[in-house]
Design a protein around this ligand. Sequence first.
Ligand SMILES: Cc1ncc(COP(=O)(O)O)c(C=O)c1O
Length: 463
Amino acid sequence: MQIKLQKNYLNYKNGVLYYKDINCLDLVTKFGNPLKVGYVDIIREKITSLKAYFEKAISKYSYQGKYIFANANKASYYSENVITAGTYADMYETSSYIDLKIVERIIKNKIVDNKKIICNGIKDKLYVDQIIKMINKGYDILFVIDNKSELNILLDTKFNRKVEIGFRLNLPNLYAKSNDLGFDRFGLKEKELIDCLKKYKKNENLVFTTLHFHQRGSLYNQEKCFENIEKAYQLYSKIVKDEPNLVNFDFGGGTPYDKINEFDYEKYADDIIKLLKGLGKKYNISDPNIIQENGRYTVSDSCFNIYKVETVKNSHDDKPWYVINGSIMTSLVNTWALKERFLFLPINLANNKLIKVRIAGDTCDGDDVYFYQNSEKYCIMPEIKKGETLYIGVFGCGAYQEILSGIGGIHHCLNPEENDLIIYKKNGKNVFYKIRGSQNEKAIFKRLNYLKVKEMKRFKIKK
Ligand SMILES: Cc1ncc(COP(=O)(O)O)c(C=O)c1O
C-alpha cells in the first residue's frame, strides 16, 4: 500500500506534505485548523502555461487564428483570484450583474488593465442595463446573446458606438446521464440562431463577431468533445461566408480538469489546434480565433483545505472512521451533490504504517462522508499511534465549492467555517495573509437572530 502523489505541485519530505515550497504542517500550527488555503500564484502558472501550449501548437500547425484565454469568474469570486486571473488572462467572462460590477470596479480602479469582457449567461434586466451602461461608457464588451428576448432588447436600444455581439449555440449535453434530458436551457437552437442572424442587422450598431457554445462538464472524453466542436464548427463554416465580422469561435468552458491526476495540457492544446486546422481545410474557411472561458481549469489547484482527525472510530469492517474537525459535505459540496472525487492526502505521519480508512465530517449527517466517491470505497491514510495527531489535506478544491456552500453563512450543525489563509507572492517571496479566523459564536448568533434577547422575544409565545 502506498500514498499516490499525482499532482506535480505536491511532494513529501520526511513524512510531511509540501504544496510547492510550503510546509503544510507549519501552516496548521501557525494559522490554526481547520484551514482553507488559497495559493494565488498557481493561477498565473495555469494561465501562462495553457496560453504557451496553444501558441506552440498554433505555430506548429501554422494556424492563422489567435488563442484567447478568458477567465470565467464564476468558478471563484474571491478578489485575489479574479484579480490575479485578470492580470494574466486576455478577457474576463461574467455571468451576472454583480459579477460585471466586480469587473467594472477592478478595471475602473486600474487594478487590472482594461480588457474585453464577455457578458454571458441568461440576463435579467439589471444585468442587461448594466451591460448597456458600460458599453455606452466605452468598456470593451462582447454581449453573448442567449435567447431571442435578449436580441430584441438590443434591437430596441440606442448605442452611441458599435457593439460586439455573439450568439450562443445550444448543443446536446456532452456527458448526459441516462436520467438527463440530453439538452439544457442555454443558448439558441440552430434554427433560432439562423433567424437571429436575419434580424440583428436591423440595429446597425450591432457587429456579430463570435459564435459561442459551451462544453459542459468536468469529465473529459476527447471523442465527445471533438464531436461537439465539429457540430459548432459546421455551423460556423456555414454562416461565416455571409458574416464578414465573424472571427471568433468561442468554446465556453469545460476545459478538462482532472481532480486526481495531472492532465497533459500540452497534448490537449496540440489535439485541439490539429482538429481545428483539419476542420478549416475540410470546410474551406479561414482559421477562426479560439476563445476559451476557463473557470475550473484556472482556479481548482489554487485552493486546499486542511483538517485534523478528531476521532478514530471502529466501523463494521476493518476500515476505521477518521472523523475530521470540519464538514466534507459543507465545504466540498461536489462530493455529495455530484459524487465527485477530490484528492485527500495525509499532511503528516506519511511514513507511518498505512491503512485503509473512511473519512467522515463532524456533522450529524450520514452523507457527510468521503469514501463512496472512490471506486475503492476507502482512502489510504497513516495509522495514528497514541499521542499523535494526523492532519488531512484536500486538494484541488478551488472551483465552485464556496459559491455552493456560501461564505460567512450558516452551515450544517452550525459548524464554523475554516480559518481562511491566502498565500500570494510579493517580490518573489510568499506572503501569508490570514483574512478570516474560524467563525465564532457571535457571528453565528447574529446571523440567526440570537444575539439580541429583544429580537428573540419577538417570537415568544404566551401560552
Ligand atoms: C458560458 C460558460 N462559460 C464558461 C464556464 C466555465 O466552465 P469551466 O468551469 O468548466 O471552465 C461556464 C460554466 O458553467 C459557462 O456556463
